[in-house]
Design a protein around this ligand. Structure first.
Ligand code: C2E
Ligand code: MG
Ligand code: MG
Length: 722
């Protein structure tokens, strides 16, 4: 089988020059099977032209040709540098004379064929030259290849020397330090493990010493107190042969370095040292800014939560791991800023921070979580009691007088404590509960410590749900008014009703005591109260139409402080009265004395507005607040309602005196009195004896739903016409 390489034989051009077409045809017939491409020319001139285009392996040339004979053509071929190597065989019929042959050779012929020639001889001669040509071509190709290789070698040598010099300049001008350490096979890691075999100027800079003092010295000699971890790192790379990186602070050099090490050859370790001190410092500043409270230098809330998450994680992993979170709020810090100024306020906060930190242990985290709020994570506690001891010591420390700009200040703090381990998914939740416990402590009057208990969370959650539900209740019209009758104590006649709100949840009635405080807190009391007022006016207007109400009959409606504080209260009341058609004199609003005392100026103004409309005002729960009757004299009010607590316990001599005093002073001021919560006949009789005008209580009736109130009106005030 013929190999593939042999198949790719290039066609080899052979030139035949003869003026006789017949000879040329004969030649091409003969050489067809020789694997040559015979190109023919009919003259010497044509031949020269073809020579410029082809690389002939051989020229077969007739000697006798018109114009330019074979010899002349051969001479011209020889004279040309590019064609002189081409063998020429003269094919001639002229003679075998020595003269001719000689001339032929002179002009560069390699052989002669005298016509008529043996065909085989021609073929074999041609074959020889074709083969020669082939070899010459191969040689030429090899030469070219060699030349290319040499060229490539030359370029790569240049590149190599280029890169070497580039490397050299990199090495010397490199910003990073570079050093090669050599070590003795099998040496123990440590001070004398390796010696500096080479280093660049940047490394000299890092070491802070000139090259001469470093070369061939062991690391131990250069840096006698170098931390062990660095030696271990170098030894590790040397031993494993694997490149590695290490970042750390080199105490001796006072620098942060990032070292990349690799093994460039046997018993060598190369180190590239990057001075990252500036970057580290920047990171630290950034870290401080992100995690530090700028005023006190304590951890900030973010870091606190972070550490708390870690403590929670530890307690999940370690059995019996106890920790606690303290949340602390200064009880009366705000006035400091407003009275002594912010600079003093800041100083106070710094002192407080220092005092708290002086109690905390090293492993505890102290953070500033809010303007005057601080948080502590106490870790590794042996008993929960330990946390409370810390809390108490902080209280004592804070209680110490603090001198500020000539003032002596005293501080107390309310503290909430959450004892871990506890089931929390997020640190925020834990902190929230600590804050909740703190609020409970604060509600006790300041300076108190409260441990968080689940019911606190329940209450807080309840408050949230209640808010939502109250909102919905308004939209779904779930509020109802019940009416508790008020009787004249002198003659037992019906003198009016107090409208009392209830919340109908399914078939249950929720007492106002359970939702009015929430409604007050969230402000929902305003729309709820407005509803109650409108509803009460509407209902009373209906009574007015349907029943023969006594002249002094009134409907009492409770107004909360927030409701009363509404700027458009008077206008709103006027509209409710107008829309219902109720006589304004039949409406009596109940406000508490605390409300009156909180903002007397504003209250007087509004009460005058009510009086002008003809509406009456009564002071509810009288005796439980701080007002004095003398003070109330200034207010345009009509009635005092003696609080149930005095009435219910009138057997106590003290209360008896109080009720008597209230009644008589009220009369002196021209006010009438309603006694609340009369439950016994004895109480009623006693109050009647005191000339207390009106009474309200279970003795007469509980608050009644609308239909039962109507029934009572039907009995007590029947409409004569109806
Ligand atoms: P209040 O205005 O002092 O109402 C009197 C409360 O005492 C009513 O409780 C009434 O049911 C109760 N009471 C009356 N007689 C007796 C008695 O003989 N013994 C006892 N133990 N209690 C008696 P209620 O209805 O639960 O209302 C509680 C408070 O809720 C009211 O106290 C009032 O401050 C507030 N409130 C009720 N309705 C409204 C309202 O529509 N708006 C506002 N802002 N507050 C309301
Ligand atoms: Mg009332
Ligand atoms: Mg009352």
């Amino acid at each position: 089988m013929v190999g593939k390489a042999e198949c790719v034989v290039e066609t080899i051009d052979v030139l035949a020059v003869d003026d006789e077409q017949v000879n040329l045809l004969l030649l091409s017939g003969l050489l067809r099977r020789q694997g040559v491409n015979l190109i023919t020319a009919r003259s010497g001139f044509d031949a020269l032209k073809l020579l410029a285009k082809h690389d002939f392996a051989l020229i077969l040339m007739d000697v006798m040709m018109p114009g330019m004979d074979g010899f002349t053509t051969a001479e011209r071929i020889r004279a040309d540098e590019t064609t002189r190597h081409i063998p020429i065989i003269f094919v001639t019929a002229i003679s075998k004379e020595q003269r001719h042959v000689f001339k032929g050779y002179e002009t560069g012929a390699v052989d002669y064929l005298i016509k008529p020639f043996e065909h085989d001889i021609l073929k074999s001669k041609v074959q020889v030259f074709v083969e020669l040509h082939r070899q010459r071509m191969a040689l030429k190709q090899a030469g070219a290849a060699l030349e290319r290789t040499v060229d490539e070698l030359r370029t790569s040598a240049i590149a190599l020397s280029d890169s070497r010099s580039r490397f050299q300049s990199l090495f010397t001008s490199m910003f990073n330090g570079f050093a090669v350490l050599s070590y003795v096979e099998g040496a123990e890691p440590g001070l004398d493990f390796s010696r500096i075999a080479e280093l660049n100027p940047a490394m000299e800079e890092i070491f802070g010493r000139p090259r001469e003092e470093l070369l061939n010295r062991s690391m131990g000699e250069v840096l006698p107190t170098l931390e062990e971890c660095w030696h271990d790192f170098v030894a590790q790379v040397a031993r494993s042969g694997k490149p590695a990186q290490f970042e750390g602070y080199m105490g001796e050099l006072k620098r942060w370095l990032r070292i990349s090490a690799y093994v460039p050859g046997p018993n060598l370790v190369a180190l590239v040292a990057e001075d990252i001190t500036a970057r580290r410092q920047a990171e630290e500043t950034l870290h401080e800014r992100t995690f530090q409270d700028p005023l006190t230098g304590l951890a900030n809330r973010a870091l606190f939560l972070n550490r708390l998450a870690q403590a929670m994680e530890r307690s999940r992993r370690r059995l019996n791991y106890q920790y606690a979170v303290l949340f602390l709020d200064l009880d009366s810090f705000k006035p400091i800023n407003s009275s002594l100024g912010y600079a003093s306020g800041d100083k106070v906060l710094c002192t407080v921070a220092e005092r708290i930190q002086s109690i905390a242990r090293g492993l505890d985290t102290v953070a500033r979580c809010g303007p005057d709020e601080f948080g502590l994570i106490l870790e590794e506690l042996k008993t929960p009691g330990e946390a409370l001891r810390v809390a108490r010591r902080i209280s004592q420390e804070l209680a110490k007088p603090l001198e500020m700009d000539g003032h002596v200040l005293h501080f107390t703090a309310s503290m909430g404590v959450v004892l871990g381990p506890a089931e929390y998914a997020q640190p925020e939740e834990l902190l929230q509960d600590a804050a909740l416990a703190m609020e409970h402590a604060h509600a006790l009057g300041g300076g108190k410590i409260k441990v968080f208990k689940w019911p606190m969370r329940k209450r807080a959650q309840y408050a949230l749900t209640v808010h939502q539900s109250l909102h919905n209740a308004l939209e779904r019209e779930e509020f109802r008014l019940h009416y508790q009758p008020i009787f004249s104590l002198a003659d037992n006649t019906l003198a009016g009703f107090e409208a009392l709100i209830r919340w109908q949840v399914a078939d249950r009635l929720v007492s106002p005591n359970d939702f009015i405080p929430h409604a007050e807190q969230t402000g929902l009391i305003v729309p709820i109260g407005a509803w109650a007022l409108t509803e009460a006016c509407r209902e009373a207007a209906r009574w007015e139409r349907d029943f023969a109400l006594p002249k002094d009959f009134s409907i009492a409606v409770n107004l909360s402080a927030k409701q009363f504080a509404q700027p458009d209260l008077v206008r709103y009341l006027a509209r409710a009265l107008d829309e219902s058609g109720l006589d304004p004199a039949r409406l009596k609003v109940e406000i508490t004395e605390t409300l009156v005392m909180q903002n007397p100026e504003n209250v007087v103004h509004k009460l005058r507005g009510l009086r002008e409309m003809g509406t009456k005002v009564s002071i509810d729960d009288f005796g439980t607040g701080y007002s004095s009757l003398a003070y109330l004299q200034r207010f345009p009010i009509n009635t005092l309602k003696v609080d149930r607590s005095f009435v219910s316990d009138m057997d106590a001599f003290e209360n008896l005196i109080i009720v008597r005093t209230i009644v008589s002073l009220a009369h002196n001021l021209g006010l009438d009195v309603v006694a609340e919560g009369i439950e016994t006949e004895r109480q009623r009789d006693f109050l009647a004896d005191l000339s207390c005008e009106y009474g309200q209580g279970y003795l007469f009736s509980r608050p009644l739903p609308q239909d039962r109130a109507l029934e009572m009106l039907g009995v007590c005030c029947p409409n004569n016409s109806g």
